[in-house]
Design a protein around this ligand. Structure first.
Ligand code: 6YU
Length: 497
């Protein structure tokens, strides 16, 4: 093992950048990042809707407070609005669900009174809390969150809503369907039937009311990149194979082979590719293949699709104080979160919109959210088809036949060949062991001569902040620290810079 090891990082998303930054700061000189695309940031991607800056990928800092390294960096770089920095904002603890002011519209073109839907909203919120409690109890009654919520709503509604008239009760159930679709977006899953009940509570939230980057999330990436030595990243350099356990080559136990045939000898490789990419390509990427227990965890963890459809208008059709708009289908009292006819009804999966604020910055713009196979299908349509579907939908729900969007912009994360979806969630049968397996380096049983050949970082390897930017950042730091402590244990002064 050389004293100044060759370390290759695969992927220049926030986790790869965090790992490189930590290693370089600790004095490691032979660090390289190989990135498949022409840019840094991965799922942090800022775009434009007309004159406005919008996020194609990550949107918020979830839980912006002292314990969140992304918040601390953004504050240090001066990237946040003053409001996000206030102690009050940092102290707000909302359990991952900000208390947004809603407007609710129904499929018969009525604006509903949000107060009238409180029974459904409250019951759903209680059931989400309860869904989080099973991981500490064990013995969950249902394998997935969807079945648990549906069965509990049925039982509780029979008791608590027994005096409601049939129409009111049906509308509450339709609202539950809408909430299930919201949660599909939050979890990045096709349906809550695919989210494991036993592991749902593994995800931890931080205090702080979610905030955005007024100049774009990519400002964080630019600042972090400016701290790295120039030339550290090779762009447009997809890695095709990671040959590990090269027993005949004691000097460099790993060889990274790129699409263009370049072979790079390394002592350590930190793989940060998204779980979606790993699910699709693990069998070719690793030679020898991943050990079975690790492979099973890659398969058990979920990685779905959540996309955005930005829509800009000349004037608002929502209330001045409105922060979120829900579209409730009046034929959905069966509490379904997936459509049966993908081509004909994909748009029904869009739960509604968040309102881009402040208006002075964004004009009258909304961000629509759609998860699952319906979202993946949406990606295959032309921009005109998406614009047509969204226009018809808004006209129907508002009862206003002339509303016309000025611009529409959508993300297409499923068809991004280097991501293959949006972010991870605990699938059915998952436990914390699966997340631990994800982060376990190869070879599993370290040999003295060839330890820590392949290390794993990325959002899907964080045991409780998976699916987030801060989780991804911390995972990169974790793997850098693993190498730093390895070298300080074998040679406390190396690498001495
Ligand atoms: C967050 C948010 N947010 C919306 C949408 C998306 C995501 N996230 P990267 O993919 O960045 O980097 C890997 C690199 O590897 C990449 O550059 C590739 O090109 C490269 N690569 C791949 N293959 C390669 C190869 N073969 N060779 C070389 N290079 C290769 N997170 O904190 N706030 O608002 C959102 C959102 C639409 C798509 C998000 C959000 C997720 C983050 O974007 C994501 O975790 C990190 O950026 C990933 O960084 P990385 O380095 O790991 O990978 C209650 C409860 C329930 C539980 N869940 C609640 C969580 C809520 C999550 N919310 C997300 C919501 C939004 C809206």
């Amino acid at each position: 093992m050389s004293a100044n090891p060759n370390i290759v990082i695969v992927g220049c998303g926030i986790s790869g950048i965090a790992a490189a930054r930590r290693l370089v700061k600790a004095g490691f000189q032979n660090v390289r990042i190989l990135e498949a695309t022409a840019r840094s940031g991965g799922r942090i991607k800022t775009g434009r809707l007309g004159d406005s800056i919008v996020e194609i990928g990550a949107n918020w800092i979830h839980g912006p407070s002292e314990g969140n390294p992304v918040f601390c960096l953004a504050r240090q770089y001066g990237l946040l609005d003053p409001e996000a920095l206030t102690p009050e904002n940092q102290a707000m603890d909302v359990g991952g669900h900000p208390p947004w002011v809603p407007n609710v519209f129904s499929s018969s073109g009525r604006k509903l009174n949000a107060e009238d839907l409180q029974p459904a909203l409250e019951m759903f919120s209680e059931l989400l809390c309860e869904s989080s409690e099973f991981h500490s109890q064990g013995g969950e009654p249902w394998p997935n969150v969807g079945d648990f919520i549906r069965s509990e709503v049925q039982q509780r509604a029979a008791e608590m809503w027994k005096d409601m008239d049939a129409n009111t009760r049906s509308l509450q159930l339709c609202m539950i369907s809408n909430m299930l679709k919201v949660e599909c977006c939050v979890n990045g899953s096709h349906s809550l039937d695919e989210v494991g009940l036993g592991a749902f509570g593994l995800y931890k939230t931080l205090p702080g009311l979610d905030c955005t980057f007024p100049g774009g999330y990519e400002g964080l990436i630019k600042n972090l990149m400016s701290e790295l030595p120039g030339g550290l990243v090779t762009y447009n350099q997809p890695v095709r194979f990671v040959h590990w356990n090269n027993t005949e080559k004691r000097e460099n136990p790993v060889t990274v082979e790129c699409d263009d045939g370049e072979k790079i000898a390394a002592d350590h490789v930190i793989v940060t590719v998204p779980l979606g990419y790993l699910k699709k390509h693990h069998s070719t990427l690793f030679r020898p293949p991943l050990p079975l227990h690790k492979l099973h965890s890659v398969q058990r963890l979920g990685f779905g699709t959540n996309n955005k459809i930005y829509v800009e208008f000349d004037s608002p059709w929502w209330d001045h104080d409105c922060e979120v708009i829900y579209f409730v289908w009046e034929d959905e009292d069966a509490m379904l979160d997936q459509v049966s006819d993908l081509q004909g009804s994909w748009i029904k999966k869009l739960f509604g919109f968040t309102v881009l604020k402040p208006t002075e910055r964004y004009g009258h713009a909304l961000c629509g959210w759609i998860a699952g196979h319906e979202s993946e299908y949406m990606e295959t349509l032309s921009e005109q088809e998406v614009t047509h579907a969204i226009t018809q939908l808004i006209r129907r729900f508002t009862g206003n036949p002339i509303i016309t969007p000025r611009r529409v912009l959508r993300s297409q994360w499923f068809h991004d060949p280097w991501t293959c979806g949006s972010y991870s969630y605990p699938g059915k049968g998952c436990s914390v062991q699966d997340l631990e397996n994800m982060m376990e380096p190869l070879p599993v049983k370290e040999s003295q001569s060839q330890p820590l050949q392949v290390l794993f970082a990325g959002e899907a390897t964080h045991p409780y902040y998976y699916s987030t930017v801060h989780g991804a950042f911390l995972s990169g730091c974790r793997e850098a620290d693993r190498l730093i402590s390895h070298y300080s244990s074998i040679s406390p002064s190396q690498p001495a810079k």
